[in-house]
Design a binder for this molecule. Structure first.
Ligand code: SF4
Ligand code: FES
Length: 357
């Protein structure tokens, strides 16, 4: 039986991407991880682009932690064109003396090349060890004082009165009399007395600081209250814009000059009508791309496809793209984005949904 293999002809992202970046690392030609989701790069919407990247797409799909990378394959006759590439790469790495190649060729843990993981580097840089100061230092001081104390008491003789022995110990610093209750009361009284001795200037400064803090609190609360009372003015861009002259759209096709600024495609249909089509995918709001070679809009997020008219025909998009009201002001086209027309509600037949010129 003839040998066959699988090649990826279509790849898309199902809802639920957690933007972990793994797929872009595995297959940067195909996946583009953006702020809120991962999308498929426009080039990778074509089978001839994805086929040779089949191994990396499969690796990315298997590595996706939430399993949202989906793909379709076709069976192709012959051996895999990429077979043996990994071994060649490993052999090349080993031949060049690279640490990774050498490590891969031997058993045991693989130690990666390059700088250490910045997370561990940061932890190591901030790590410190301290010896215990309290116990050892005090113990050493006690031992140092002990020798003269013992020498003095020995010189005094065993018959020396207890007071003399105590005096010797105290003089050497070996023992310290414990603080009496009376001393502690006196100390506390001294602290209170110094607080009571605050000068008039210190007292005035303390009062001023207290007033300042209180006024700042009231001012902040007042500003918040005023902001609550005053109606907010929305500063949205105007919904109506001029889209050039009719003569700017001579041939049937998709005109993309307002895609970025207004999120509108101007379409000249084969019958000559001009429509203003929304660029917002009706699935989850991504911006599809116009693939002129295929004659369709293709959403990079989850693969929805739309005809040039805006009608959906593949992928998860539940309905066609929306159209905006379009009219003429002299020779200029005017698009009003506040007025939308939905095909599934029969609104594309209403006046304003298309301009017959
Ligand atoms: S598609 Fe999967 S692997 Fe790629 S960023 Fe999203 S969650 Fe991560
Ligand atoms: S946003 Fe999901 S297909 Fe377009």
């Amino acid at each position: 039986m003839a040998e066959t293999h699988q090649e990826v002809v279509k790849v898309w992202i199902a809802p639920g991407c957690i933007v972990c970046d793994a797929c872009e690392t595995d297959s940067p030609e195909v996946f583009d991880v953006q702020e809120e989701t991962c999308i498929i790069r426009p080039d990778a919407l074509k089978p001839e682009f994805t086929k040779p990247l089949t191994p990396s797409i499969i690796v990315a799909a298997e590595g996706c932690p939430v399993d949202v990378i989906k793909f379709e394959t076709v069976e192709v006759e012959g051996p895999e064109p990429w077979a043996g590439q990994e071994e060649e790469a490993a052999a090349a790495g080993a031949a060049s003396g690279g640490g990774g190649g050498a490590a891969a060729a031997t058993k045991g843990p693989v130690i990666p090349d390059g700088p250490p993981d910045p997370k561990w580097a940061g932890l190591l840089a901030n790590a410190r060890t301290h010896g215990s100061r309290s116990v050892e230092t005090e113990h050493a001081q006690t031992l140092a004082a002990r020798a003269p104390a013992e020498a003095i008491t020995a010189a005094l003789g065993t018959d020396a009165p207890p007071d003399a022995q105590s005096a010797a110990m105290l003089g050497s610093g070996y023992t310290r009399p414990s603080e009496s209750v009376a001393d502690r009361i006196r100390q506390r009284a001294g602290v209170l007395a110094s607080a009571a001795n605050m000068t008039r200037r210190q007292f005035s400064a303390a009062i001023a600081i207290a007033w300042g803090a209180m006024l700042a609190t009231f001012a902040t609360a007042g500003a918040a209250f005023q902001s609550f009372l005053v109606p907010k003015v929305t500063k949205e861009p105007p919904s109506t814009f001029r889209a050039g002259k009719i003569s700017d759209y001579p041939e049937p096709g998709v005109y993309e000059q307002f895609k970025g600024s207004q999120q509108v495609w101007i379409i000249r249909e084969p019958d000559g009508k001009i429509v203003a089509l929304s660029t917002i995918c009706t699935h989850l709001g991504c911006i599809p791309n116009w693939l002129s070679a295929d004659g369709k809009f293709k959403c990079p997020c989850h693969g929805s496809g739309f005809y040039m008219t805006g009608v959906n025909f593949e992928g998860p998009a539940p309905r066609p793209l929306e159209r905006f009201k379009i009219s003429l002001d002299g020779e200029f086209l005017v698009v009003d984005k506040s007025k939308k027309f939905r095909q599934e509600l029969g609104q594309w037949e209403l006046p304003g949904a298309a301009l017959a010129v």
